[in-house]
Design a protein around this ligand. Structure first.
Ligand code: FMN
Length: 253
């Protein structure tokens, strides 16, 4: 697995170009309608802001998509655009701990979504990752993707507000929610919360539309994310805390 720096590994998973066509962009917006949305001033300051939405579900029109779309629509009311990356219907490698990314900031596997996701996130100001609940865990592909992004592109993730969204039929979503947040919590990403955990209930495609409280929770999370982004970028330049250099130990030494 020791690839030479500059080289990337390929596998028979399909070209990145083909995957690009599965990346959808929500309508970019600036000023919204007159139904109680934010002031012109806030819309203006948020015009250039964009949030990357990652949908782990293989069901592109499923409940995770529905929850993320609810977030995107709410962000849009604040003048914040979103970009949606569909993950779950594609093959995604797991991290092979080759450390190629230490030198490059990109994953050694260049034939799936990971490097594309890193490059997209570099152009975005915040991240929301949504996953269905599979046996009380995030679905495998989104977990692989987020682990590889985190290992390869910590610098890109640092300081960007992040939220997790978990969807389930009946149980296990709180474990999914916590698992998705773990990498964000160790990369100085402000976690965006809501009035409740960002969990939505539904089984068949679209059923989550019936979960009024769940969707309200998602909208409130989006409001909070917009608030945070607005404060971080208040004068047009992002302001982040000064931090000590990392003191890395292996627990005992
Ligand atoms: C392999 C698999 C495992 C699942 N495991 C759970 C589970 O542990 N708990 C649960 O409540 N729902 C479980 N579900 C149901 C999904 O989480 C639920 O249908 C969800 O709405 C799917 O989201 P999606 O439409 O975005 O794909 C499972 C579904 C599948 C396909």
């Amino acid at each position: 697995m020791a690839a030479a720096a500059g080289a990337v590994m390929a596998s028979p998973l399909g070209s990145l170009a083909a995957q690009d066509s599965r990346i959808n962009t929500f309508k970019q917006s600036s000023n919204m309608n007159s139904e109680g949305e934010l002031s012109t001033a806030e819309s203006k300051s948020n015009t250039a802001k964009k949030v990357l939405l990652i949908n782990g579900s293989p069901r592109q029109k499923g409940n995770t998509n529905l929850a993320l779309t609810e977030a995107a629509k709410q962000l849009e009311k604040h003048g914040i655009a979103s970009e949606l990356l569909q993950v779950g219907h594609q093959a995604v490698h797991g991290c092979v701990a080759c450390n190629f990314c230490n030198a490059t900031g990109h994953c050694v596997f260049d034939d799936d979504l990971c490097n594309r996701a890193i490059d997209l996130l570099a152009q975005c100001d915040a991240l929301i990752v949504g996953s269905p609940t599979y046996y009380g865990q995030p679905n495998g592909t989104v977990l692989s993707l987020v682990q590889r992004m985190s290992y390869a592109a910590s610098k890109v993730m640092q300081n960007k507000p992040a939220a997790a969204v978990a969807v389930c039929r009946r149980g296990g979503a709180s474990a999914v929610y916590q698992t998705l947040l773990m990498p964000f919590e160790m990369q100085n990403m402000p976690i965006v919360t809501s009035q409740y955990w960002n969990i939505v209930y539904g089984r068949t495609e679209g059923e989550a539309a019936l979960d009024a409280e769940g969707l309200q929770t998602i909208r409130t999370m989006a409001d909070n994310m917009a608030f945070l982004l607005q404060r971080i970028h208040a004068d047009g330049t992002p302001h982040y805390p000064q931090r000590e250099p990392w003191q890395a130990t292996s627990f005992i030494k």
